[in-house]
Design a protein around this ligand. Structure first.
Ligand code: SF4
Length: 687
């Protein structure tokens, strides 16, 4: 029952990229519950079970409440003074001995602005440009790919479209959880009710596939073949927008010649889709205008991802669906004042190998640790990240992390990575510190404030406070034109012409105008030529194929020591939407919804292995083996096994799927690794 002095505070959930508006109900300094904020433009009152469980997260007994130091007999509680003194001393020693560039900052999915900004200024003052994280298996391959075709990523204009192609994207599961909550759960069926067609391209029969007009059960990682075959159909049958292609693209003639060989008949053996289905989907997409393609994170974790996404971007462009009402549109976010320019004269670790990658792809950090080339990193600052679990080949990743001289982890829970740390710094949760968030929307780019709702739990602290204290101890605080979180936010918002005080009075402020279609008519596209670059001279200059290519993943597997015959199944992963990556399996309200990880097997494959629902199975790949319960379901095609991702933290002790994956075969442009495609065998474990 609500207490009489309960107060509702408008804030923002910081658990995932949606950053939904919340009403946080607080009494006597305690967060009691949250509700979706009906006035917040991002979610209009909808929230998912993760957001609903906010108070359970905040008051979880697993929260890190004190700084910890690793000792021979385990972790020992220490004071903040001690934790920051040790960290400052060790980092200064390492800089003195090995150079500033040997410090790496690793952050997780940067779901909040706070996560983008944490320790950036410190790194520059220290003398390192080596930022790493999960970008190579998250958004960076798509950023690079769309950047080379038409300047930047686009968003689907769901509200005005007549055809939706959800490609490796399942937002009603991954964001809204289970299709039972949230804006995507409404947006997509609403569009369907208006008569829009829905095409789902996914190896798994998702909730969206349930309501789709067409579900293409593609074999994991074969999206390049499908996209190229769709281009073949559209070009050959003249289904493209001739006026747009003539006036606004470069390289269409070369593309037409290039895709001639990628027929649907060629693609069917590779994708395990029927040629007639590929033709039908290509024709439907090209002729039902306006249409959108939502290219999701399901496409990111393969070793030909940039060329795959380039082919998808070209599909959007040549069908005339780019920057139009109901198509793929460019939304602008509020621009912020930059934190700091990178220290001059210092090259990032992988700049020569991956020149288009803005940071350091995590596998390049692993290489450098294990091979010492071009130099060996010595220290890492991990902020809200769990590299030990999320990267391909966890065994190798852990070897690399173990070789660090000094590892500091800053988090709210003790993750698998924190278990390896020398020092653990407990951070205040999103509800216990100030922050802000920038959003892009059809109505315009806007900024919202994330006020502090309650005092930090235990001795946990806001991240900027600990960063600034650390910088002060290291004699680097002169590099900061601000001394507290509010001043930092004011600095960042200067470019928008607003302040924290403005946001306190008006929690949501629009700073860019509403979406305008066909902006290219005025300004061209944000590419070197100002046009859609089907043929990318930029890629060619870097030594990459200028037109989207197909990569035979089985041929690259031949380099593995074990024969693919021993591993007849294609393994892929599923990210359970009730959790955020590897987080929150320790929250019982969420764990009840998905109590354990599963390996989903087709009935035919299960029968061949004499395996039934709930049986414990061993999944063996050339890289390793895990044991997991089987779920027998025709959600998945014969020959494919889908394993839940994100388990393996101390509180769940679940099987980590990345024991099975390998980082050997990488995307040559983005360094993306095949976390979503690996060869494996499944056998029943006799108990
Ligand atoms: S976790 Fe849920 S409530 Fe929180 S931002 Fe994401 S979708 Fe919204």
């Amino acid at each position: 029952m609500a207490s009489s002095n309960e107060k509702a505070i408008r804030t923002i959930c910081g658990f995932c990229h949606n950053n939904c508006g919340l009403l946080a109900y607080v009494s006597n300094g305690v967060l009691r519950r949250v509700k979706g904020d009906p006035d917040h433009p991002a979610n209009r009152g909808d929230i998912c079970p993760k957001g609903t469980a906010a108070a359970k997260v905040v008051y979880s007994p697993d929260r890190l409440k004190h700084p910890l130091r690793r000792t021979n007999s385990g972790f020992k509680q220490i004071s903040w003074e001690e934790a920051l003194d040790i960290t400052a001393t060790r980092l200064l020693e390492i800089r003195e001995k090995h150079g500033g560039e040997t410090l790496i900052r690793c952050n997780g999915a940067p779901v909040t602005q706070t996560a983008w900004d944490a320790f950036v200024q410190l790194m520059a003052a220290y003398g390192s440009t080596n930022f790493t994280g999960s970008g190579h298996i998250c958004h960076i391959p798509r950023d690079i790919a769309f950047g080379t075709v038409y300047g930047s990523m686009t968003k689907p204009d769901y509200k005005n479209t007549r055809c939706m192609v959800m490609w490796g994207s399942n937002p009603s599961d991954s964001r809204d959880y289970g299709g039972a909550h949230g804006r995507f759960t409404r947006l997509i069926p609403e569009a369907k009710r208006r008569g829009a067609k829905l095409i789902v391209i996914d190896p798994r029969h998702t909730n969206l596939a349930n309501i789709a007009d067409k579900w293409l059960t593609i074999e994991p990682g074969r999206d390049d073949a499908l996209a190229l075959a769709m281009l073949n159909v559209i070009v050959k049958e003249g289904l493209y927008d001739k006026e747009f292609v003539t006036q606004w693209t470069i390289g269409f003639e070369e593309l037409a010649e290039h895709v001639e060989r990628f027929t649907p008949e060629w693609a069917q053996g590779i994708t395990k889709l029927r040629a007639s289905d590929i033709r039908e989907v290509a024709r439907t997409y090209a002729t039902t205008r306006p249409a959108i393609i939502m290219a999701g994170n399901g496409l990111d974790q393969y070793p030909n991802v940039v060329q795959t996404i380039r082919a998808i971007g070209i599909l959007c462009a040549i069908t005339g669906n780019l920057d139009i009402e109901g198509g793929n549109v460019f939304l602008s976010k509020p621009a912020l004042s930059p934190l700091v320019s990178h220290p001059s004269g210092i090259k990032r670790l992988s700049a020569d190998r991956y020149p288009l990658y803005p940071w350091v792809p995590f596998p390049c950090f692993v290489d450098a640790m294990l091979n010492g080339e071009p130099y060996t990193p010595k220290a890492m600052l991990v902020y809200h990240a769990n590299p030990a679990l999320i990267n391909a080949d966890s065994t190798k990743t852990k070897q690399a992390l173990e070789k660090l001289e000094f590892l500091v982890v800053c988090d709210i829970f003790k993750s698998a990575t924190a278990e390896m740390a020398d020092i653990i710094l407990p951070e205040a949760s999103e509800f216990e510190q100030y922050g802000f968030q920038c959003y892009a929307s059809v109505e315009g780019g806007f900024v919202a404030l994330r006020p502090k709702v309650i005092e930090p739990i235990g001795e946990s602290r806001p991240v900027f406070e600990m960063e600034y204290d650390l910088a002060t101890r290291m004699g680097l605080n002169a590099a900061y034109p601000w001394t507290n979180t509010e001043e930092l936010i004011n600095y960042r918002l200067k470019a928008c012409g607003i302040t924290v005080d403005d946001l306190k009075k008006q929690p949501v402020i629009y700073t860019t105008p509403p979406l305008e279609y066909r902006k290219y008519l005025k300004h061209g596209f944000e590419t070197p030529s100002g046009k859609v670059e089907i043929y990318s001279q930029e890629l060619k200059d870097y030594g990459y194929p200028p037109l989207p290519e197909f990569k035979d993943l089985d041929a690259s597997l031949a380099g593995e020591t074990a024969s693919p015959d021993d591993y007849p199944l294609i393994g892929t992963t599923r990210r359970p939407g009730v959790y955020v990556h590897t987080r929150f399996r320790n929250i019982s309200a969420l764990r009840r919804l998905e109590p354990e990880p599963l390996a989903r097997l087709n009935p035919e494959d299960a029968q061949n292995r004499k395996t039934g629902d709930g049986d414990l199975v061993a999944v063996q790949s050339p890289n390793g083996m895990i044991k997991v319960r089987a779920k027998v379901t025709d959600e998945v095609s014969p020959g494919v096994v889908i394993i839940d991702f994100g388990w393996g933290n101390p509180w769940d002790q679940g099987p980590n799927v990345n024991i099975l994956t390998s980082d050997n075969d990488r995307d040559p442009i983005s360094c993306s690794t095949p976390n979503r495609r690996f060869r494996c065998q499944v056998t029943k474990v006799n108990s």
